[in-house]
Design a binder for this molecule. Structure first.
Ligand code: NAI
Ligand SMILES: CC/C=C\C[C@H](O)/C=C/C=C\C=C\C=C\C(=O)[C@@H](O)C/C=C\CCC(=O)O
Length: 282
C-alpha cells in the first residue's frame, strides 16, 4: 500500500493548500454531533477531501443550517443531515442504516457528540459514554469483516480531561476516561478478531466551541459552578484550540492506517501528539 505522509495527501480545512485532496474520494463518513463545533469542523475537512458525510445531531435547526452551508460549499449530493438523539438506540440505528442506504457504504465513524452537564450527570454518561459504545457497535455492524463488511476506522472523542482532571466536571471527566478504556480494549478485540476496523481515541484540550461556554452556567455545572474561575484560569494557562486543528488530527487518524488503539492528544503546548503507555509488566 502506497503510504504518503498524511500532510501530503490531505487538504487541511480552511487552507488553499496544494495537496491533492483526493484521499477520501468514494469514502463515507458518519459524524455524531456534526452540526457544530468540532463535529462540523471535521465534516468540512472530510467534504474538502471528497468524502461523503452524514451529519447526525440532536439539534434540528443548527443541523439544517449546517447542511445548507456545506451544500453551498461542497455541492448538494455530498452530505446529509439526520436529526437524531444518540441516546435513543433505535434512532441511532436508523441513522446508521439511512446513511448506508443513501451512500451505499460506511468507512469512517466519528463518535463525537458530547455534553457537559454535572447537574444532569446521568445524561452526561448517556451521551458521552453509553452512546459512544452504541455508536462503536453500530459502526462495527456496518464495517467489520466479521459481518462480511470491508473494514474501516472509528474515532471516539475523549478529552484532555482524562489526563488532567478538574474539580468542575467530575462526571464529564469519568466519561472521558471511560471512552479511552473502552476504545483501547475494542482496538485489541478488533485486532485479535480481525474485524479490519481501526478504533482510536482523540483527546483535545480546550477548544473554542459552544461546549466550552457551558462552564459559566449553574444549570450545567450545578454546585461545581463555584469553581468556574479556576477553570477559566486553567483555560488561560493552557490556551484554547481552534476546531480546525482537531479536524486535522482526526484526518491524520483516518489516513494513517498504522493507527489502531492510539490515544491522540491535541494541546496548545504540544500540538498533535500521542499518549504513550508503559508496557504491561508481569
Ligand atoms: N470544546 C472543548 O473544549 C472540548 C470538547 N471535547 C469533546 O468534543 C466533542 C464535541 O464537542 P464540541 O464540538 O466542543 O461541542 P458543541 O457543543 O459545540 O457540539 C456538540 C454537538 O453535539 C450535539 N449533541 C449533543 N447531545 C447530543 C445527542 N444526545 N444526540 C445527538 N447530538 C448531540 C450538539 O447538538 C452539538 O451540535 C464532545 O464529545 C466534547 O466532550 C473534548 C475536549 C475539549
Ligand atoms: C466546560 C468545558 C468542557 C470540556 C472541555 C474539555 O473537555 C476539558 C478539558 C480539561 C482539561 C484540559 C487540559 C489541558 C492540558 C494541556 O493543554 C497540556 O498542555 C498540559 C497539561 C497536562 C499534560 C498532561 C499529559 O499530557 O498527560
Amino acid at each position: 500500500m502506497l503510504k504518503l505522509p498524511w500532510h501530503m495527501v490531505l487538504k487541511a480545512q480552511g487552507s488553499a493548500g496544494d495537496a491533492s485532496g483526493m484521499a477520501l474520494h468514494g469514502k463515507v463518513a458518519l459524524v455524531t454531533g456534526g452540526a457544530q463545533g468540532i463535529g462540523r469542523a471535521v465534516a468540512e475537512t472530510l467534504l474538502k477531501n471528497e468524502a461523503k458525510v452524514s451529519l447526525v445531531d440532536l439539534n434540528q435547526s443548527v443541523g439544517e443550517m449546517c447542511k445548507k452551508d456545506l451544500d453551498q460549499q461542497y455541492g448538494e449530493d455530498n452530505c446529509i443531515f439526520i436529526q437524531c438523539d444518540v441516546t435513543d438506540r433505535g434512532k441511532l440505528q436508523e441513522a446508521f442504516q439511512s446513511t448506508v442506504e443513501r451512500f451505499g457504504r460506511l468507512d469512517i465513524v466519528i463518535n463525537n457528540a458530547g455534553i457537559n452537564n454535572e447537574k444532569n450527570w446521568e445524561k452526561t454518561i448517556e451521551v458521552n459514554l453509553t452512546s459512544v459504545i452504541k455508536g462503536t457497535y453500530l459502526a462495527l455492524d456496518h464495517m467489520s469483516k466479521e459481518y462480511g463488511k470491508e473494514g474501516g476506522v472509528i474515532i471516539n472523542v475523549s478529552s484532555m480531561a482524562a489526563f488532567l482532571h478538574s474539580p468542575h466536571q467530575p462526571v464529564y471527566t469519568a466519561t472521558k476516561h471511560g471512552v479511552i478504556g473502552f476504545s483501547r480494549a475494542m482496538a485489541d478485540a478488533s485486532e485479535q478478531g480481525q474485524y479490519g476496523v481501526r478504533i482510536n481515541t482523540l483527546c483535545p484540550a480546550f477548544v473554542d466551541t459552544q461546549l466550552l461556554r457551558t462552564v459559566e452556567h449553574e444549570e450545567t455545572m450545578g454546585k461545581f459552578v463555584k469553581f468556574k474561575d479556576e477553570f477559566k484560569e486553567r483555560m488561560d494557562k493552557f490556551g484554547v484550540l481552534k476546531p480546525s486543528l482537531i479536524a486535522e488530527g482526526m484526518m491524520r487518524i483516518i489516513t494513517d492506517e498504522s493507527l489502531n488503539g492510539a490515544v491522540m492528544k491535541i494541546t496548545c503546548s504540544k500540538g498533535i501528539h500521542f499518549h504513550t503507555y508503559e508496557p504491561l509488566s508481569a
